[in-house]
Write a protein that binds this ligand. Structure first.
Ligand SMILES: Cc1ncc(COP(=O)(O)O)c(C=O)c1O
Length: 420
């Protein structure tokens, strides 16, 4: 359990911020309703069975632009338009970029989005498709942000921060208003934390309207900045590692988000890369839902048993986004199949004479194993004399079947092992 250490000053400021965001979020809900989807929320029988809770999923992966980020961007850009700005500029490798580009298109403002050179082609193209000017600059987000701020000053465009902004947070808070209309009651909500804008918005509404609802934050183990900051009693900068939940990778929480989250969050848990990957996999296979890493993190926290709540509670998990590259998805699914033992990698030696490989393959076929890939290397220097090294990637119904294949190969004189 997270043990916060905070002074009174933070508490007073957090209360004021929450009140302000609460008021703004009601206005935001009225404004952005016209432009966003009211995303569905459903009880998931599969995930309820896997946990001790009644699990409800809210599908923000089906939101316009593929993530909830468009909510905050719309309310922020709307307010900027009222103030008469000439245009907006933002830095992002992902969902914030698309949200701001979409919002600027709706309100007829110029949008310049700085994306790091490492941003995926799919995300760059999606951002351009909303009419934004995309500039590729820097290898990491920080460099893109510095450049975006320079453009903001030089060209008089308003910089739109991805999370540390009361209007952006009020926009994200509209998810909470929507949920309160959709679900008669619920006991807890699990929310992924990047910079903390989303969870600050959820807190600002729920802690005012239904303070008994538990709010649990989820961070990637590779980027636990809010967790570490709360433990230290002030926002700290961490050195995050890359994560499949790229939307959750930030170095430091915001000033506003830290004040709110540290005062009001009930708990923060962290999830591993394996747990996130497994949640993406399960959402797709069981739920027919395509989620990106950050979008699957809240479910990962529930399935892994890290969220500790009373058995039988009604728990909402926010599936916050679905923008995952085909290549990233492919890797996640392959990893998942390997972990579940549904794909096995076998390695062994065969005598380098005609027919040896065929005999190995017939054993595999006898167990209905489907060969995906074979490497047959007769030049491997470490192989026994007159032998070739063979590595076979095979699809099997279960790990037990892979073990049976190994056993039958042994009976036929082939010494193979499972290497994945
Ligand atoms: C899909 C998704 N989920 C969650 C988050 C975290 O949101 P926040 O940075 O407001 O905490 C992000 C942030 O980009 C995101 O893209």
């Amino acid at each position: 359990m997270l043990e916060p250490s905070l002074g009174d000053f933070m508490d007073i400021r957090a209360d004021e911020l929450v009140n302000l965001i609460y008021e703004k979020s009601r206005e935001a809900f009225n404004i952005i309703k016209r432009y966003v989807h009211r995303t569905p929320v459903d009880l998931s029988r599969s995930f309820s069975q896997m946990t001790e809770y009644k699990v409800f999923l809210k599908y923000e992966n089906l939101q316009k632009t593929g993530s909830f980020k468009v909510r905050g961007a719309l309310f922020k850009v709307y307010n900027l338009m009222l103030q008469g700005v000439r245009g907006v500029v933002a830095a992002s490798a992902g969902n914030h970029a698309q949200g701001v580009a979409f919002a600027a298109q709706i309100f007829g403002l110029r949008a310049v989005i700085v994306m790091p050179l490492t941003a995926s082609i799919a995300k760059v193209e999606a951002t351009r498709s909303y009419g934004a000017e995309v500039i590729l600059h820097g290898t990491v987000y920080d460099e893109a942000e510095t450049f975006a701020k320079r453009i903001s000053e030089e060209q008089g465009l308003a910089f739109v921060h991805p999370f540390d902004d009361v209007d952006v947070i009020a926009g994200q808070a509209t998810i909470a208003w929507e949920l309160l209309e959709q679900l008669e009651d619920f006991d807890a909500i699990v929310v992924p934390i990047g910079g903390g804008g989303l969870v600050s918005g959820i807190i600002s509404v729920l802690k005012r309207v239904k303070p008994e609802i538990k709010i649990i934050g989820v961070e990637a183990e590779h980027a636990p900045k809010m967790y570490e900051s709360i433990r230290s009693g002030k926002p700290v900068t961490i050195s995050p590692k890359p994560s499949i939940a790229d939307g959750l990778v930030t170095k430091k929480p915001g000033e506003i988000t830290f004040a709110i989250v540290s005062r009001f969050i009930d708990d923060i848990v962290t999830v591993s890369e394996e747990e996130i990957a497994m949640a993406i996999h399960l959402l797709l296979e069981r739920g027919k839902v395509l989620a990106e890493g950050a979008g699957a993190a809240s479910l990962a926290a529930l399935i892994s048993g890290k969220v500790k709540l009373r058995k039988g509670m009604k728990v909402v998990a926010l599936v916050t986004g679905g923008n995952i590259d085909a290549t990233a998805l492919y890797r996640v699914l392959l990893r998942g199949l390997l972990n579940q033992g549904r794909i096995a990698r076998l390695r062994g030696e065969v005598l380098d004479v005609p027919g040896s490989l065929e005999r190995v393959l017939s054993v595999i076929a006898g167990h209905r194993g489907n060969v995906l890939d074979i490497k047959h290397d007769r030049y491997e220097l470490r192989a026994s004399p007159w032998h070739a090294v063979v590595e076979i990637l095979v699809e099997v119904p279960s790990r037990k079947v892979a073990q049976e294949i190994l056993r039958d190969l042994k009976v036929k004189g082939f010494d193979f092992e499972l290497i994945d």
